[in-house]
Design a protein around this ligand. Sequence first.
Ligand code: SAH
Length: 267
Amino acid sequence: MKKLICLLIAVCMVTSLAACGNQAQTEVEERIGIISAMDNEVALLLSEVEIDHVDTIGGVDFHVGTLHGQPVVIMRSGIGKVLAASAATAMLNNYPISKVIFTGIAGGVGDETQVLDQVIATRLVQHDCGTITNDGFVWSSGVAEEEMGEKDFYACDPELVDLAFEAAVQVVGKEHVFKGTIATGDQFVSSEEYVQKLQQDFDAIACEMEGASIAAVCTQYGLPFVVIRAMSDKADGNAHESIDNMGDLAADNSSRIVIQMMDAMRG
Ligand code: SAH
């Protein structure tokens, strides 16, 4: 009888250890975090992902699954720096994320980029951070210098930039892909004057409302990231009309590039 009890205890211990091992294994499986701001920016990705489960945290749905062979968490944060940073933080605190890709649409800055061209950010900056003085607005990055990849700018991971660039070339063709600075702020830019300022002050080639805040969070967490954006408009007086007409198509193009990145990672 004693022998039988000992045997039972031993079996229980081995089984629970094995269960522990399995749990530890699933918990450390690293996932790629894919973030967008709006429904149309995640629509194609959600139609392609094999979903394991969906968690709702802070009102945001986190789709945990496999996208073209890669373990991913996909979420739509909502528009603007606050919602993007808050949802990114929730993602990084709740899942074992190895790298972050932001995909979506943006306004093209300057003559270089046209509607439906693709921009791969090499660095990002908050264009609306600074001081209101008696002489007007004086810009400053708003972030401690030692936290920046490059003074005043958040640098994207060079390997992810290369991967995204190659994927974009495959999807939309070399002549439609640009690398450069993306300027982020909590304003929808629909002004020729302001868009010119973004080009002059920051050498920006696109502007949007979330990228630099995702970059800030990833930098704090020490995670590699890249922001990729398809141009839905030119951030000029016609921007609203353009986004209404071209936004969905642009959003899908950018998602296709993410899928191409997953395929390239699989080899
Ligand atoms: N149709 C939407 C408008 C989207 S706001 C609505 O009425 O709610 C713009 C979104 O697209 C943001 O997530 C931003 O990152 C991006 N974007 C596209 N063009 C932009 C522009 N010209 N200026 C700023 N953000 C732009």
